[in-house]
Design a protein around this ligand. Structure first.
Ligand code: ATP
Length: 435
């Protein structure tokens, strides 16, 4: 884990937020490579689950909602974690994560009490009770509150789903483990509306979808565990939950969740707002409140596990005959790599850089390209391996005569000589075969 965190910082994937001021409470910023990886994951998710299907639509709702939403959803009452204080060193812990003594100093702990994780602020110029609002702790609720609007405008028939990605905030007691648990994070969520009698069937359908998504990120079956949450331990709204857990270096913990939320949310919003959130079957005219299957994905945890599973250290030959050294390579699924092609002229000489820059410019029409002409070619390959770039295009002095370049594959390190004219199509084809 430490190696990955240091690579992320060194190469500009992810680094501590506001670091020049000493950082802030396990906050992290995504740098130039991190933002590409994160956006690629979100885009792939949207393409797969919204654009790729006829039964899904997306929304992008306001982050601060009417506080009555959180009253109706039960969050103001139930969205809590058990908290204990150490009587000696005054540190705070989640009671369900520690034993009988303080893990910091061995001191005695207070009785556990419930701590609400909603992050509060004031909206408007007067800071009184009537101005209190909350940053959403999940993206889900907007999809219930907007249910009628979306139904009317899209005329979707059940079963259908709504999707949303965006920030969520939780005043976590113990943020930590890099981007695993932060107070500000992103989610990708789906609320899938079904008839009550069909919930088991669609639960299995979505479980399968989530398994396929994990495979798409490059996660191995052996790194995952499907944890059926027993009665009494589920969230207040759920009748069945499976946590998809990942074997992180710091232990086996939640990656994603799949919950059967029943009609809990729509019923509560109906009662609380007075709006009619029934669905009317167009054929039978039967009216009912739909039940909901909710698959939920953390974006930051997706980035973390993609990086963890992609991280490899292996012996690789150097440019010196018969010698090898250790290379660090991020075998990120090629479709998700932050930089897709690196263009590397063998030397900085103008005759080469002119050709190489033209190649980079042309490739930029289809790919995210990095142009790099500093340092030895060996070091530049290692750098691209470390940031997971699938293809390196090397322009050498022969290129001036044979109008061809060398394309090196990140994973096999095999090199192929390709005509400059055919380069774009060649790489397009390579990426197609990866999907
Ligand atoms: P945990 O048990 O780890 O606290 P949770 O069960 O509270 O998670 P959910 O409410 O199911 O989490 O949230 C859905 C998803 O959002 C999680 O599966 C996870 O990927 C992500 N997530 C939740 N809390 C955080 C957080 N504090 N930091 C980063 N991601 C989070």
């Amino acid at each position: 884990m430490d190696k990955l965190i240091s690579l992320c910082k060194r190469r500009g994937f992810i680094f501590p937020s506001s670091e020049i001021y000493g950082g802030i409470a396990n906050g992290w910023d995504y740098g130039p490579l991190g933002v590409e990886l994160k956006n690629n994951i979100k885009r792939a998710w949207w393409k797969r689950f919204v654009h790729g299907r006829d039964d899904m639509v997306g929304i992008d709702a306001a982050l601060i909602m009417n506080p009555k939403v959180w009253e109706a959803s039960g969050h103001l009452k139930h969205f809590t974690d058990p908290l204990v204080d150490c009587k000696k060193c005054k540190n705070r812990f989640r009671a369900d994560e520690i034993g009988a003594k303080c893990p910091n100093c061995g001191g005695e702990l207070t009785q556990s009490r419930q701590f609400n994780m909603m992050l509060k602020t004031f909206l408007g110029p007067v800071e009184d009770e009537s101005a209190v609002v909350y940053f959403r702790p999940e993206t889900a609720q907007a999809m219930f509150v907007d249910f009628k609007q979306v139904l009317q405008t899209t005329r979707k028939k059940i079963p259908f789903g709504m999707a949303q990605t965006g920030k969520a905030f939780r005043n976590e007691i113990t943020p930590g483990n890099f981007i695993f648990r932060t107070r500000e994070f992103e989610q990708m969520e789906i609320e899938y509306f079904v008839q009550e009698k069909d919930w088991k069937k669609y639960y299995e359908v979505w479980l399968d979808e989530m398994k396929q998504w994990c495979a798409f990120l490059g996660l191995k079956d052996s790194e995952l565990y499907f944890h059926e949450i027993p009665d009494g331990e589920r969230a207040h709204y759920s009748k069945r939950t499976i946590d998809i857990e990942y074997k992180y270096p710091f232990g086996q913990k939640e990656l994603y969740g799949l919950a059967y939320r029943t009609d809990f949310d729509l019923q509560n919003h109906m009662k609380s707002s007075g709006a009619d959130l029934n669905y009317e079957d167009p054929a039978s005219k039967e009216k009912f409140v739909p039940h909901v299957i909710e698959p939920t994905w953390g974006v930051d945890r997706s980035v973390l596990v993609t990086l963890l599973s992609a991280y490899n250290e292996e012996q690789a030959p150097t440019s010196e005959k018969g010698e090898s050294d250790m290379r660090v390579v991020l075998k990120i699924p090629k479709a998700l790599a932050p930089i897709q092609v690196a263009v590397l002229p063998l030397s900085k000489k103008e005759e080469l850089s002119k050709v190489a820059q033209k190649i980079a410019k042309d490739l930029r029409e289809h790919f995210v390209v990095e142009y790099d002409e500093t340092q030895s070619i060996g070091r530049r390959y290692r750098r691209q391996d470390e940031i997971g770039t699938p293809y390196c295009v090397t322009v050498d002095f022969d290129s001036l005569d044979d109008k061809a370049v060398t394309v090196r594959d990140r994973d096999t390190m095999k090199q192929e000589r390709i005509k400059i004219d055919e380069l774009d199509d060649y790489i397009i084809e390579k990426f197609k075969n990866e999907q």
